[in-house]
Design a protein around this ligand. Sequence first.
Ligand code: PEP
Length: 249
Amino acid sequence: MGRKFFVGGNWKCNGTVDDVKKIVATLNAGDIPSTDVVEVVVSPPFVFLTTVKSELRSEIQVAAQNCWVKKGGAFTGEVSAEMLANLGVPWVILGHSERRALLGETNEFVGEKVAYALSQGLKVIACVGETLEQREAGTTMEVVAAQTQAIADKISSWDNVVLAYEPVWAIGTGKVASPAQAQEVHAGLRKWFAEKVSADVSASTRIIYGGSVSGSNCKELAGQTDVDGFLVGGASLKPEFIDIIKAAE
Ligand code: PEP
């Protein structure tokens, strides 16, 4: 089964109203490949989601950067999956390493979030990745397999999930994984899917790479057999995001 190239832009907690207007104008004017070739999803902070969704060209979709783990209610400061679905926001990023590290989101909690978001009709970009200490200890595959297993334990279909492999040591550091390092983990995850879930899920689930992806390193990474796209942080706020989208060609 063909896996369409996927490029996500995670704007994180950045931007003013003016910045957002400029980014949207750049994306709307950019010469990007057709939706037959690449699926592009940008993820502004919650407060800008509806504006970006309404002003952005129709080929580019939007994602929230998080949502609550279950049905909304008395959870001050949270945004529920059903609110996102109600607004017509199709995607949500869950399990980003910044939330795991800074807000204590555990593997199990992320698994529950993914399951609830899917149950509300959202599509999920689910993030996994090892720290530098874990890589140096030789436990990378063990760590990403445990994070993925915690999601698999809670969901019955991977159809609406894109798995983002984001080594923590590469996020926002300028230290991108080498194409060989990325390919090794992506291939390991695909093997894990084949052994633990199914051959179909292994063949069809998109595994994208995130961590200091830029206009200059994206082509070589995109050339790896099991790299099906990118989740881009810092560079998604800049015009070079267009070049990264073009790596799909
Ligand atoms: C991210 O935050 O998901 C990310 C990959 O960030 P950056 O591209 O800035 O490393």
